[in-house]
Design a protein around this ligand. Structure first.
Ligand SMILES: Nc1ncnc2c1ncn2[C@@H]1O[C@H](COP(=O)(O)OP(=O)(O)OP(=O)(O)O)[C@@H](O)[C@H]1O
Length: 339
């Protein structure tokens, strides 16, 4: 496993120039095929034990990225290295074993649990499939997992429809934990829940992270949940990463105008995110089938200059542990001095 000597952080997952292109065919008589670049040359690193938040408006490619990391969909190009190993080059058997280490928690706790199965079988299924436990041992494991996610062992005999959204999400978390994964991709795990329940689930995820030494990729379209749970945050826009920074830096001194816009859209009642005056996001997200030339954010950017309309900025490092994809980042000099 790679060890970064400067900060002694172990790299768990590395995504290198990862892309997913979908072919979209339109029209009945004159059929026309276009390419939608849902994820476009994304590179990022996830360190052991951290939570990397991925945030951006609906349709920016967050779930597609998460699904590729989970091997639920095939990338069009690029690499995903888990513990230094390229999963796409593994034999089936090794891949099956490795895949246990990466699990997912889904957005919708109503549709992600099989309604015909009892909670016991929902949580037991991965343990049975991988031949990890059976009989009394299986029962003990399931009860332990229910307890870990804050549910009573009696719940094992009930069906999903007998539970609230928050309780179902707890079941989904228990199932994801059953194979003792190293990495959990949490895809909008609280978006479908009431605000009061959201913080309970976020707290549970934090407790479990410490208890089981988990690493999370936490995907959400809203900054508050991402800001609450993440150590670092990647901001996505139309398939690209616009900025990736430590949480505190990103919230206090955003470099990308899009990040500033996302911060400005957070209700001012959120004290942690309230800050200096920020330029709000204007206009709609462009059609991803026909993204703007140059910087893809330029059509909505309050600071746009001529160069931005023609030249696409590359993600480049500024200061310590911060990267931004913008020709004219906000507060660039300050950031390069203080990280
Ligand atoms: N199977 C598919 N076929 C065609 N286009 C797709 C497919 N899956 C996703 N897309 C498109 O890819 C883009 C990225 O979608 P994705 O679901 O990854 O975004 P997202 O940021 O997770 O959004 P949301 O929060 O709404 O789920 C969108 O324009 C979407 O319409």
């Amino acid at each position: 496993m790679i060890v970064e000597t400067k900060e002694q952080r172990k790299v768990l997952l590395k995504v290198h120039e990862l892309s997913k292109h979908f072919e979209i065919t339109k029209g009945f008589i004159k059929r026309k095929t276009q390419i939608l670049k849902a994820v476009d040359q994304v590179s990022l690193t996830v360190y052991e034990g951290e939570t990397l938040g991925i945030v951006g408006e609906s349709g920016c490619g967050k779930s597609t990225l998460g699904n590729m990391i989970m091997h639920l969909i095939e990338p069009s190009s690029g690499k995903i290295l888990f513990e230094d190993t390229d999963l796409s080059e593994m034999s089936r058997e090794t891949l099956r074993k490795k895949r246990k280490d990466i699990q997912m928690i889904f957005q919708d706790p109503f549709s992600s649990l099989n309604p015909r199965l009892k909670i016991f079988d929902i949580i037991a299924e991965p343990l049975r499939t991988h031949g990890i436990a059976k009989g009394d041992k299986l029962e003990e494991e399931v009860h332990k997992l229910l307890e870990a996610v804050g549910l009573s062992a009696d719940f094992a005999e009930r069906f999903p429809h007998q539970f609230s959204g928050g309780q179902r999400q707890r079941v989904g978390i228990g199932r994801a934990l059953s194979l003792k994964p190293k990495l959990i991709v949490c895809d909008e795990p609280v978006s479908a829940l009431d605000v009061s329940i959201q913080s309970q689930i976020l707290n549970l995820l934090s407790v479990l992270q410490k208890r089981y030494k988990l690493t999370y990729i936490f995907i959400a379209h809203g900054l508050p949940a991402v800001a609450y749970i993440s150590d670092r945050i990647a901001v996505m826009y139309l398939g690209k990463i616009m900025e990736i920074s430590k949480k505190e830096d990103l919230l206090n001194r955003p470099l990308h105008p899009y990040t500033e816009g996302l911060l400005a859209s957070v209700p001012v009642s959120d004290p942690e995110l309230r800050g200096k005056e920020k330029k709000a996001l204007e206009g709609e997200t462009p059609n991803p089938l026909n993204p703007p030339s140059g910087c893809r954010f330029h059509t909505r950017c309050s600071y746009v200059q001529d160069r931005c309309r023609v030249e696409e900025p590359q993600l480049r490092q500024i200061g310590l542990d911060r990267s931004v994809s913008c020709h004219y980042p906000l507060g660039e000099i300050e950031a390069s001095l203080y990280g």
